[in-house]
Design a protein around this ligand. Structure first.
Ligand code: IPE
Ligand code: IPE
Ligand code: MG
Length: 239
């Protein structure tokens, strides 16, 4: 387990590399996504055990609709099955589930599944688990601005933060991306202004609890300055 007692309050993850994991085994891409669900199951457990308060994962981007139709429908099916299978246990484990993203273009049954999962777990408080599905960071910023306009409020950074899709949690402390790519791919563009970024070459299905600990250990080596000088940070931490 991570050696330092400073566990990030909020970890956000771009779970990338499922397709390559499957390709390497001469399996269909959907088999990689299936294995990715198992990795996510372990990751939720590991985060709860380590005292992480918020876990946000990128499960399907607004751009992922561009993939082959059978992969898109396979992903929708996997999610529906995972919801049916996992929500009761997650609720028992104290997990509060939120689905983040644009819902209008999703099937009625998936929308119902999202609402049921959110209602069934709303009272929990051990771990807040945000699943970004049909999510895009630009969509998030645009929907927040539209909300402010509709309310007749001015578009200030403070007001925007109140209506962004993750307004119920503090910004991510640590963003992990697996699969070797070093980009955000339209993930939390607004909320990652001061997040520490960590890139792992491991493919998502191979990202286990010890890989999570390595990321947390690396996070603990970073000095978060938020625009200040190192001296200012050092003098504050020794008081
Ligand atoms: C991430 O894995 C999962 C989703 C985008 C749904 P990929 O499917 O992007 O895996 P690679 O990048 O092709 O290996
Ligand atoms: C980002 O991965 C989206 C998710 C993990 C859900 P992608 O595989 O879609 O990102 P790009 O296309 O390589 O940027
Ligand atoms: Mg990818």
């Amino acid at each position: 387990m991570a050696t330092d007692s400073r566990v990030p309050n909020h970890i956000a993850i771009v779970m990338d590399g499922n397709g390559r994991w499957a390709n390497r085994r001469f399996l269909p891409r959907v088999a990689g996504h299936k294995q990715g669900v198992d990795a996510l199951h372990e990751c939720v457990k590991a985060c709860a055990e380590r005292g992480v308060k918020v876990l946000t994962v990128f499960a399907f981007s607004s751009e992922n609709w561009e993939r082959p139709a059978d992969e898109v429908s396979g992903l929708m099916e996997l999610l529906a099955k995972a919801l049916a299978r996992e929500v009761a246990q997650l609720s028992k484990d104290g997990v509060q589930i939120h689905f983040i993203g644009e819902r209008d273009s999703l099937s009625d049954s998936l929308k119902r599944g999202f609402e049921q999962a959110e209602t069934a777990t709303a009272h929990n408080s051990k771990l807040i688990f945000n699943i970004c599905f049909n999510y895009g960071g630009r969509w998030d910023i645009a929907q927040a601005a539209a909300k402010l306009v509709a309310k007749g409020l001015s578009i200030t950074a403070a007001n925007m933060s109140l209506v962004m899709s993750l307004a119920h949690v503090a910004d991510p402390d640590l963003v992990i991306r697996t699969g070797g790519e070093q980009r955000l791919s339209n993930f939390l563009l607004w909320q990652t202004a001061y997040s520490e970024l960590y890139f792992s070459d491991k493919l998502w299905p191979d990202f286990d609890a010890s890989a999570l600990d390595e990321a947390i250990d690396e996070f603990n080596q970073r000095e978060r300055r938020f625009g200040k000088t190192s001296e200012q940070i050092q003098s504050k931490s020794t008081v």
